[in-house]
Each structure stands twice: as structure tokens, then as C-alpha cells.
Design a protein around this ligand. Structure first.
Ligand code: PLP
Length: 451
């Protein structure tokens, strides 16, 4: 079968329509409209088959931290494939790539994190966390501690366990989720859910829902609380300053594990290597993916505290793993990716240079008539679009505004996503000052057109 010419949009669309069912997409609408076919990436820019260029304010799906087109990663992948395209880490074997990556992860994660387990995605990492968390308590002689508490509107992935941990009602409406022994509390979303409370009062109140939920379920039955340091896909929900200290206290008092989902917040997004460090969270496990390889290859990992890892290891056999756990290609690319981040001091750059610049520009959007709140940390940001900002009034048809915004942004040469009526951004960590200016200018123009 002949491949269409690269620029033949209609042919690509027709093949895509006939054969490709897309993730998280209105399939019927897509078949009517046709896909936008992206074929190239360089730095922070994408190009479609018609030659249109877009500034990617989302780093793909919050993942292309070192930017597109990095030759070093191509070379690392090529070399690894030439040397050893595949071998597994089962049955007492390993590979130099997997071994080196585990060492590098121990180096860049906080003290007390020295051991990791490899997966292929963030969802698998969270499935792994669920199994390991329950297994940990069984090994501690408390097998009845099985319940995981998460948050409403959280996103932790799309597999059965990760989708259940997530708290998005629209995800639970398909495919029989959630599985048993998962409970949810509210999210720390002050802007739309804080009512008359100050952010600080709200932070404490919503954190204390964890305590109430543990009481309701019984502390002897609760295994863990899992949360992102900053809720990304829920709409970049930055918790009030009082939230995390209270959550930490409650977890410690009730002898439950705290698991940080670092799939978005990890690898420099907040200006620290991990979001847990930004908030001084000291979790027991961290799930990670995305920025681990800057999205160049699928890979995820669970980093465990020494206490958790040593407990699992002391028991001997661990009945969990994937054919591609520690895939040498993925590990070789992830190693090179982390080396680039270290060599180019990208995390420090987010903390003290491009991050503050971006935050200042982002905050200036607050003056737009449609913007109720413009919040950001490092290079992750959210913008509340409201019909009436004095009353924080939402648009009547939130989904339509989000869709309109995304398409208008594309027309303006900008990839940005709106989750409902919250615009979110997470540009590559290599974005320059001039590119930040361009992003903000195009975003402003898109807001002007949004109705
Ligand atoms: N956790 C968080 C916070 C995420 O944002 C995502 C994906 O967006 C996942 C987990 C799932 O990762 P993956 O899509 O690699 O399975």
C-alpha cells in the first residue's frame, strides 16, 4: 500500500478516519472534522503536514521537557538499538541501560530514595503503586490496610486501577470503574470551590476531609493517600499554602503511606526536580513517567523510599512486572534525557530564570476581561476563564468554551489546552524568553476571540 505524500492532508485524514480510534476524543466529531496531522517538531515548535507552525505551550502532553528534535536522544536511541535492542530484567538479568538509569534516578530524587521499579507509562506506575502499597502493609502484618484515598477530579491514568484512583466522574462513567477499596475526598480548588473562605481556611478544611475519611473507613483499613503535588489534568490546581502541611500531618498521625504522583510535576516542572521537593512532602513512593524521557519513548517508574523498598525486597519474590520493565531503549533515552537536564541545568533555569519570567507574563493576563485567576509555579500554569469575574461566574457551557479556545489557539499558531474553562500550560523547559513572549501574545489574542 502506497503512503500518501507528506503534505497530502486529505489522504492522511481519510486513512486516520477509517482505521484509528483516538484516546480521549469525541470519535464521531473527529470523523466529521478530520485530524490535524502533526509531522515535525523542533525546540518548542510543531509543524503539521500543511506546513503550519505552532508553538507548543503544552510540551506535548506535559512531557517534552527538553524540547523536540534533540539529536543527543536520537543518537542514544540508535546506539542502544544497534547494541542491544531488547532484553528484559526478569530471571536475574539486567542491562547496562536499566542499571544506569536506576542509579541516575537515585541521584536526582530526594534523599532516602534509592530504589526504583520500571514501568512503561504513568498509568502502569500508579497500578504498581497500588499493588506495592497493599503488599507493603501485608508484609507489615496489616493485610487489612487496602484502601487508597485519592481526590475528586484527580487524574492518575487510564488503566483499570489508575483510572479508579483518579476521581473524574466522566472516566468512571465508562468501563465499570472504580474498582473496590478506593475512596475520594475533595480537591483543593479554592477558586471555584472555596466560597467565602480565605485560601488558607479552605486549604485546612479540605485537607481535613482526609482525616474524616480515614475515620469513616477506619485507619486500620486505609493503606495510602495518593495525590499530585499540583493537580495537572484537573486544571493546574495549586493548593493553598496550608494544604500540604496539614495533609502530611494527617498521613503521619494515621500511619498511612503518602504517594506523590510526579508524572507531571516531576523532572523540573515546578523548578525543583520533583514537585514533592517544592512542597517538602517526603512521600513514601513517587510514580513518574512523561518528563523521565521527555516523551521521546514510553517509560515510567516507581521510586520507593528505602523503608518501602527494603520491606518489599526482604520478602523475596515480587509477583509484578512487565515485558518491557526497564526496556534498554527506553532506559538509554531516559539516561541521556536526564544527563541533558543536568548538563544544561534546566531545573535551576526553571527555578530562577525562565520560570519567574514566565510567571510574571502569565500573571499579566489577569487584566483580561475573561480571566478570573492566573496562577503558576515554575513552568506549569492555569488560567480561569469566567463570564463574570466579579462573581467568578462560569460560562454556561464550559465544554464548548474549552473546545472553542483550543481551536482558536491552533488558528493563532499556539497549542494550548483548556480543561473545561481552565486554560492550562506547561511549555518545554527549554523555552526562551522571546518564545514566552510569543506564547503570551498568542494566548492574549486567543482570549480576545473566545466567546
Ligand atoms: N498521572 C498523571 C498525573 C498524569 O497526568 C498522567 C497522564 O496524563 C498519568 C498519571 C498517566 O500517565 P500515562 O498516560 O503515561 O499512562
Amino acid at each position: 500500500m502506497k503512503m500518501p505524500d507528506m503534505s497530502d492532508l486529505a489522504s492522511w485524514q481519510s486513512i486516520d478516519r477509517a482505521h484509528h480510534i483516538h484516546p480521549f476524543t469525541d470519535q464521531k466529531a473527529l470523523r466529521a472534522s478530520g485530524s490535524r496531522i502533526i509531522c515535525k517538531g523542533e525546540g518548542v515548535y510543531l509543524q503539521d503536514v500543511e506546513g503550519n507552525r505552532y508553538l507548543d505551550g503544552m510540551a506535548g502532553l506535559w512531557c517534552v521537557n527538553v524540547g523536540y528534535g534533540r539529536q543527543e536522544l536520537v543518537t542514544a536511541a540508535t546506539r542502544q538499538m544497534e547494541e542491544l535492542a531488547y532484553y528484559n530484567c526478569f530471571f536475574n538479568t539486567s542491562t547496562p541501560a536499566a542499571t544506569r538509569l536506576s542509579q541516575l534516578l537515585a541521584q536526582v530524587t530526594p534523599d532516602g530514595f534509592n530504589q526504583c521499579f520500571f514501568t512503561n507509562s504513568g498509568s502502569e506506575a500508579n497500578d504498581t503503586v497500588l499493588r506495592f502499597g497493599r503488599h507493603y502493609w501485608a508484609l507489615k502484618g496489616k493485610p487489612e490496610k487496602t484502601i487508597f484515598i485519592s481526590r475528586r477530579n484527580a487524574y492518575h491514568g487510564s488503566t483499570v486501577a489508575a483510572g479508579s484512583l483518579g476521581g473524574m466522574a466522566w472516566m468512571h462513567s465508562q468501563g465499570g470503574l472504580p474498582i473496590p477499596d478506593i475512596a475520594h475526598i475533595d480537591q483543593p480548588y479554592w477558586y471555584h470551590e472555596g466560597g467565602d473562605e480565605t485560601p488558607e481556611e479552605f486549604g485546612i478544611r479540605v485537607a481535613r476531609q482526609l482525616k474524616a475519611k480515614i475515620r469513616e473507613l477506619g485507619p486500620d483499613r486505609v493503606a495510602a493517600f495518593i495525590a499530585e503535588p499540583i493537580q495537572g489534568s484537573g486544571g493546574v490546581i495549586i493548593p493553598p499554602s496550608t494544604y500540604w502541611p496539614e495533609i502530611k500531618r494527617i498521613c503521619a498521625e494515621n500511619e498511612i503511606l503518602f504517594i506523590a504522583d510526579e508524572v507531571i510535576c516531576g523532572f523540573g516542572r515546578t523548578g525543583k526536580w520533583f514537585g514533592s521537593e517544592f512542597y517538602d512532602l517526603k512521600p513514601d513512593m513517587m510514580s513518574m513517567a512523561k518528563g523521565l524521557s521527555s516523551g521521546y519513548v514510553p517509560i515510567g517508574a516507581v521510586m520507593m523510599s528505602d523503608e518501602v523498598a527494603d520491606t518489599l525486597v526482604a520478602n523475596g519474590f515480587l509477583s509484578h512486572g512487565f515485558t518491557y520493565s526497564g526496556h534498554p531503549l527506553a532506559c538509554a533515552v531516559a539516561v541521556r534525557n536526564i544527563e541533558i537536564m543536568l548538563n544544561e541545568r534546566l531545573v535551576e533555569r526553571v527555578e530562577s530564570d525562565i520560570g519567574p519570567y514566565f510567571q510574571e507574563k502569565w500573571a499579566s493576563l489577569k487584566n483580561h476581561a475573561l480571566v478570573g485567576e492566573a496562577r503558576s509555579i515554575g513552568l506549569i500554569a492555569g488560567l480561569e476563564m469566567v463570564k463574570d469575574k466579579s462573581r467568578r461566574e462560569k460560562f454556561p457551557t464550559t465544554a464548548r468554551v474549552g473546545l472553542f479556545f483550543r481551536e482558536a489557539a491552533f488558528r493563532n499558531g499556539l497549542v494550548l489546552r483548556a480543561i473545561g474553562d481552565t486554560v492550562v500550560a506547561s511549555p518545554p523547559l527549554v523555552i526562551t524568553h522571546a518564545e514566552v513572549d510569543e506564547l503570551i501574545e498568542k494566548l492574549g489574542r486567543t482570549l480576545d476571540e473566545t466567546e
